[in-house]
Structure formats: C-alpha cells, structure tokens
Design a protein around this ligand. Structure first.
Ligand SMILES: [Zn+2]
Length: 288
C-alpha cells in the first residue's frame, strides 16, 4: 500500500517481503505552493532543490524498503529544521513561543529560508506569524508524522530499523567520481544517530565502487536524523549527501549522462543494505 497527502508528502511501501529499511527525501519536492509569495527569480529558487534525489533511491520499494518524499520544495519550508529554528528577522509580528535559531538560520537558511543562498533574498517582505505557523502545521508536521510512523512500524515489526535520510549537495567541480572532493558525505552527528557499523558499512560499499566518502565533515546531519536516531533503542538514522555534479547539470537542472550510473550504484547500495539488515537480524536471533 502507498499513499499521498496531496502537495505535502508521499509514501511508497515495500512491494515484496519488507526489510527494516526506510529512506526519505525531504528536499526533492517541486510543487510550489500558490501562497509562497516569493519575489526572487523562479530559476534561482529551484537551485535549492535536491533535484532527483527521490529518483536516485526510487528502487527502494521494489527491493523491500519504504521510501518517503516531500512534494513541497525545501525553499518554502525545510523539513530538515526544528520548528523553533526560525529567524526573527523574517517574522512580521511576535512569535508565540521561544525561538532557537542555529548558525545556519542566522545566515538565512532556517526552517523558512530568507535566502536561496547567501546573496539571493527570497522575499521582499516579512512573513506573518499565521502564514509561518500554517506552513509548519500543513507541511512540517505531516512530513514528520509520516516518516515517524514508517520508522516506528518497521521497528515494531523487526525490533530494529535502519533509516537513511537522502540529500544532495551543491558542487563546484566537474562530474567525475573520485579525487579530492567528496562524492558522498555521510552524517551521523558524530556517531550519535546510529551504530557505527551502519555508517562504516555504507562508507565501505561506496568506496569499493571508487567513490570518495567523508564522514561528518560539513554535513553532519540535522533535524531529521536527530529526531529518528535512537541507536540505544535500535533505531538507526544516517544522512547521505551525494555530490550533484555526479548526476546533474547544476545550471540547467537537467540530469547528466552520469545519472543512470549513480542510480544503479545507489540501487546496489540499497540491495547491500538489505543483506546487511538481514545478517544483523540473523545474528540477533542467534544471540537470543
Ligand atoms: Zn537536502
């Protein structure tokens, strides 16, 4: 079974014997809400998308995992931020509760962004309290509810869940894998959101295929892995960032010839994670 809250979030359920694996793509949504009210060029706004990330992981349901994706764009509301991670400079009026803006938010990249990237303002206005609260209630809350339910349900069934929070990162290089720049960055918030074996396993697989991988450098993971990651309760959550230059043209936002290879490798990664999960489940059965 699969379902969608129109304009907000979709969930695709495992098409065959389920594994305790959940993937989510919070930044690949491209349906821009009518009440957005931005004033920057639309093309600039689109560069904030983690374009095609949901497609890169699109094989997950056929392989027995759950895949969840945002329908709304990250520039409208960032599901990977806490609800109090808001910039008071953006708000017209008095926010009803305490705010806790992070350093990213102070540079304009909070729950609701002021800028697409430094230097490009999204609005020529402040946003009303009601308008901002409505975004949280209609988009942030249901996104997290759907993700949380999927992870809880897998955890209930198997006693463990491995969740992957899927992203892409902007790049300043041409698209060949390997070399100095990281092709993938894994983030487990310095070992706090999953068991180290999970991070090591993913890093090892990607390196075996010739990709360069960094761990907890620049992209350590933010709100989603923080919420989902409870390694002591066997709820493991890992963020994966892939370099956009490997699979898309960052100016035209079109897929590049590299897309199919990256998708094939990610499909293989999902298959490998399925084996990882069943081996770990087997070990546990033997222990018990
Ligand atoms: Zn992202």
């Amino acid at each position: 079974m699969s379902f969608e809250i129109p304009g907000v979030v979709w969930r695709r359920d495992p098409q065959r014997a389920a594994a305790p694996l959940v993937f989510d793509s919070p930044h690949s949504g491209t349906t821009y809400p009518e009440d957005f009210g931005y004033s920057c060029p639309f093309a600039a706004l689109r560069t904030a998308e983690d374009a095609y990330v949901d497609e890169l992981y699109g094989a997950a349901p056929a392989l027995g995992a759950t895949l969840i994706g945002a329908v709304f764009p990250r520039s409208y509301l960032d599901a990977n931020r806490a609800v109090d991670d808001l910039d008071s400079a953006l708000i017209d009026g008095r926010w009803p509760s305490a705010l806790a803006p992070s350093h990213k938010t102070r540079s304009g990249l909070g729950l609701v962004r002021r800028v697409v990237r430094p230097g490009i303002q999204i609005y020529d206005r402040k946003l009303g309290v009601d308008e901002l609260l409505a975004r949280v209630e209609r988009y942030h809350t249901p996104y997290h509810r759907v993700l949380d339910e999927a992870c809880r349900s897998a955890h209930r069934k198997f006693g463990v869940v491995w969740h992957v929070n899927c992203h892409s990162m902007p790049s300043h290089r041409k698209g060949n894998k390997g070399g100095e720049c990281a092709d993938f960055v894994l983030g487990d918030r310095d070992g706090t959101t999953c068991e180290p074996e999970f991070t090591d396993f993913v890093a090892g697989q990607l390196r075996r295929w010739g990709y360069t991988v960094r761990v907890n450098e620049v992209y350590k993971g933010v709100e989603i892995v923080k919420r989902q990651g409870r390694p002591a309760m066997r709820r493991h959550s890992l963020q994966i960032e892939v370099d956009r230059a490997l699979y898309m043209d960052q100016k035209t936002l079109e897929k590049s010839p590299g897309f199919d290879q990256v998708r094939a490798d990610i499909t293989e990664l999902i298959e490998a994670l399925k084996s990882f999960a069943s081996e770990r489940l087997e070990e546990r059965r033997i222990e018990v």
